[in-house]
Design a protein around this ligand. Structure first.
Ligand SMILES: *[C@@H]1O[C@H](CO)[C@@H](O)[C@H](O)[C@H]1NC(C)=O
Ligand SMILES: *[C@@H]1O[C@H](CO)[C@@H](O)[C@H](O)[C@H]1NC(C)=O
Ligand SMILES: [Ca+2]
Length: 224
């Protein structure tokens, strides 16, 4: 009899989106468990833009964003390859490699990635600087019961974490749109000016669940 009100309360908490403006997730230790699971409200994407800011001192491989479906564990993954010093967007288990980016430790980096299923082209904007557009995967949408995770890289749908690919540091301003943003919209995101929040993932109305040691803290600002 006592269970009923408790269950109602938990459901209400899980369903309520939170405004994380001015906040960040802090991933304070290396683990194969700590992560944040995000709930996307709609998913059938024929094109997309993902933007996020991250701050780390990791030199090894690490994940920045991991979206898996039962069919593709790397349906949409943003990964830093520490050996080859490349940012790698993976789409439908295929990857493109972008080297030559000044991915300095201990500072915020804004990374936006765009992809379109018709052309199959992926492009990244690293701190507002565009890459070339490379072919990765064409034809089919990203569709289905997706699981989106920050902090860990999925080798299976919702699991298969590897401590050597985990993220340690801070992450903020994660937005996902179901279309390709213009370069001006991306620049506004990078400069933290007015931009339309993501309509798939909206940092100002984020539904998420924290598993293990991840904290929500005020975003670090530099003193002007
Ligand atoms: C995600 O959010 C949608 C819309 O609010 C909701 O219907 C769905 O049950 C949620 N899914 C999970 C796994 O929490
Ligand atoms: C994002 O969330 C904010 C705060 O809840 C809301 O005002 C805005 O309309 C949302 N934007 C989108 C595109 O969902
Ligand atoms: Ca892995």
């Amino acid at each position: 009899m006592k269970l009923f009100p408790v269950l109602v309360m938990l459901t209400a908490c899980a369903a309520r989106p939170q405004d994380l403006s001015g906040k960040m997730f802090t991933f304070p230790l290396e683990s194969n468990r700590a992560h944040v699971r995000l709930n996307a409200s709609r998913l059938d994407l024929s094109s997309l833009t993902l933007c996020h800011r991250s701050f780390t001192d990791l030199k090894r491989d690490h994940v920045l964003f991991s979206m898996a479906t039962p069919v593709h564990s790397n349906d949409f993954l943003i990964f830093w390859d520490g050996t080859n010093k490349e940012i790698e967007p993976h789409i439908k288990d295929r990857k493109a490699e972008f080297g030559g980016r000044d991915y300095k430790p201990n500072m915020w980096h804004s990374i936006c990635s765009t992809w379109d299923s018709e052309s199959g082209l992926v492009q990244i904007w690293f701190n507002g600087l565009p890459s070339i557009r490379k072919f990765v995967s064409t034809g089919t949408n990203i569709v289905g019961p997706v699981i989106i995770i920050l902090g860990q890289e999925q080798d299976s749908h919702g699991g298969g974490f590897d401590i050597k690919q985990s993220f340690v540091g801070m992450m903020s301003d994660v937005h996902l749109w179901d279309h390709i943003l213009s370069s001006c919209e991306i620049q506004n995101y990078v400069d933290e000016l007015n931009f339309t929040p993501g309509n798939v993932l909206n940092w100002s109305a984020l539904e998420f669940e924290i598993i293990d040691r991840v904290l929500i803290e005020n975003k670090l600002m530099t003193c002007h």
